[in-house]
Ligand binder design. Sequence first.
Ligand code: APR
Length: 169
Amino acid sequence: MTEITFVTADITEVDVDAVVNAANSTLLGGGGVDGAIHRKGGPEILAACKELRATDYPDGLPAGQAVATTAGRLPARWVIHTVGPTWAKTIDKSDVLASCYRESPRVADELGARTVAFPAISTGVYRWPMDDAARIAVGTVEATWTRVQEVRFVLFNQDAYQTFRAAHS
Ligand code: APR
């Protein structure tokens, strides 16, 4: 049974086996979590992402999918890059966001990662409402079988922490 925990922190500081990155499909970096992970993790991560683009993902990583690289200088051993959906009032992309929380643990199992830290995927630049993202994130992790022993949701402020905590039954 996977333990689900919540903490308010900078995800680049968290000491777990794998840190999940809220990436974009290019895998070539960006702002928010993506920018912080590449900045703190160093060039090794981008080099590994460019290698992925040159081999398995020539067209980029589709939204909802996940792929692992080294974590470079981060305390973690791996970064699991996943691409969340952008929020759209008229199109329900909930299943794509849920897929990020199913595929990342699946990749973690392939790696043998036993502790995994997630940010609040899609709730920043991609503008997904925090409460709905929390419901989908926590509900999907609760419903997904994985060998991961701890899933740690790492929130960037108290409001997000309260919202995610409240979504866990
Ligand atoms: N640690 C933990 N959480 C963080 C950190 C951090 N260092 N930095 C930002 N966050 C929070 C944000 O407050 C937000 O709640 O992570 C959540 C996700 O925000 P984004 O990083 O903007 O990710 P997302 O909304 O999925 O948008 C992805 O943004 O940075 C670009 O390259 C990225 O194009 C992609 C898009």
